[in-house]
Design a protein around this ligand. Structure first.
Ligand SMILES: NC(=O)C1=CN([C@@H]2O[C@H](COP(=O)(O)OP(=O)(O)OC[C@H]3O[C@@H](n4cnc5c(N)ncnc54)[C@H](OP(=O)(O)O)[C@@H]3O)[C@@H](O)[C@H]2O)C=CC1
Ligand SMILES: CC(=O)[C@@H](O)[C@H](O)COP(=O)(O)O
Ligand SMILES: [Mn+2]
Length: 389
């Protein structure tokens, strides 16, 4: 019997690569639920090909088209964010790939944990926004989270068979993004099309901009803190422009383990779908002699101030990272729409942090309200509205 999978964000970069993996192992995996944001035509195409039992579109204005196309095929349809979260309680799948972008991953993931589903976690913002609450829920449940984010998958793989008490340090690699070798002055006037040109990975627009500001790395430090229960002082980022070493773990005896591979997300996706087991690859293998050098540099928080937001958010705790994430979602949209400059992404985050009340021990409702208030504030600040908030 195949393993039944729900994919949240099936039309995105991770979602489509997940479907590619599923199509290579039809006897192992079946896509039972597909959910997208607003790209209804791509969702219909996927549903016609993969025949899930349910297809969901978050954008309710696209529902009539979805139902008209899929009902004749006997595929159930639904619309809206609430329907997406409700679907996590269905009995017809056991693993959910959380591959929507931004805050939209939080509530479905919480519902999936409560429903006992295994989580293949791509949506890092879930742990950025509410890492403490989510890990508390996980401690009280049998649910296993297997990371899809390449660095965290690498760390997970390095930790297999190791005693957690022997971990000295997690070393998260960063490509450095498209502006790694730009001066601070040059970075001030970069354009959206420059920022969207990631040197190593082909990803959705939002994470690509996060890589350019290096907020992605700050988010990944926060994600690692919660996923692996390691204190922030023992998590380090190192710039590795070739993106071949996906991350490392240093142990108390001085040994450092690394996971290497070509930059292709289908490896961590396969590993997570296969319950942390190894399935055969269809990509070209890594040939180390193709690389004259594998290099490592210290990241520069003066050039990329968003890096400072990881220690800030982890030391402050509470809803601080939730505010940072919400402000960034708006700021990234505003930058792409040419309403603010690249450095103003960080500026928008700082001003939103100043404006939104701090809560030391937020409940789930507090996170929902913090997100909404921070989005509204940042939208007013930038004059830019985000869809599907
Ligand atoms: N891409 C990558 O290589 C990596 C991505 N990640 C993480 O994975 C997640 C997904 O990234 P990526 O695939 O690049 O993003 P994309 O922008 O390519 O895809 C996002 C997906 O989420 C859907 N979506 C967007 N908003 C909503 C919403 N409010 N409700 C429901 N669905 C929504 C989109 O639907 P539609 O297009 O139909 O509107 C799309 O299917 C992010 O958290 C990212 O940080 C982590 C590591 C690597
Ligand atoms: C593929 C992946 O996991 C991304 O998060 C990637 O790491 C982004 O590249 P940066 O290292 O430039 O942030
Ligand atoms: Mn990553």
């Amino acid at each position: 019997m195949p393993h039944n999978i729900a994919i949240l964000g099936s039309t995105g970069s991770i979602g489509t690569q997940t479907l590619d993996v599923i199509s290579r192992f039809p006897e192992r995996f079946k896509a039972t639920v597909l959910a997208a944001g607003s790209n209804v035509e791509q969702l219909i195409e996927q549903a016609v090909k993969f025949r899930p039992s349910l297809a969901i579109i978050a954008d309710e204005s696209k529902y009539a088209r979805l139902r008209e196309a899929l009902s004749p095929l006997g595929i159930e349809t639904a619309a809206g964010s609430a329907a997406l979260a409700d679907a996590m309680e269905r009995p017809d799948f056991d693993t959910v790939v959380t591959a929507t972008v931004g805050y939209s991953g939080l509530l479905p993931t919480v519902r999936a944990i409560r429903a006992g589903k295994q989580i293949a976690l791509a949506n890092k913002e879930t742990l950025v926004v509410a890492g403490e609450l989510v890990t508390r829920l996980l401690r009280e449940s049998p649910v296993r989270v297997i990371p899809v984010d390449s660095e965290h998958s690498a760390i997970y793989q390095c930790l297999v068979g190791e005693d957690p008490a022997t971990v000295e340090k997690l070393i998260i690699t960063a490509s450095g993004g498209p502006f790694r070798s730009f001066s601070k002055e040059q970075i001030e006037s970069v354009t959206p099309s420059q920022a969207l040109r990631h040197p190593r990975w082909n990803m959705g627009a939002k994470i690509t901009i996060d890589s350019a500001t290096m907020l992605n790395k700050a988010f990944e430090i926060i994600e690692a803190r919660w996923l692996f229960d390691v204190t922030p002082d023992r998590i380090e980022a190192v710039v590795h422009p070739q993106s071949i070493v996906h991350s490392m773990v240093e142990f108390i005896d001085g040994a450092v383990k690394a996971q290497l591979g070509i930059p292709d997300m289908r490896l961590p996706i396969r590993y997570a779908l296969g319950d942390a087991s190894r399935l055969p690859s269809s990509e070209r293998p890594l040939s180390l002699t193709d690389y004259a050098q594998l290099t490592f540099e210290k990241p520069d928080p003066e050039k990329f101030p968003c890096l400072k937001l990881a220690p800030y958010a982890l030391n402050r705790g509470g809803n601080a990272a939730c505010i940072i994430n919400a402000a960034n979602e708006v700021a990234v949209r505003a930058f792409l729409d040419e309403k603010i400059s690249f450095p103003e992404i960080y500026g928008t985050i700082m001003r939103t942090l100043d404006a939104i009340p701090f809560i030391q021990s937020p409940t789930l409702d507090d996170y929902v309200e913090t997100h909404s208030a921070a989005i509204t504030f940042a939208e007013q600040l930038t004059g830019c509205k985000i869809p599907l908030r």
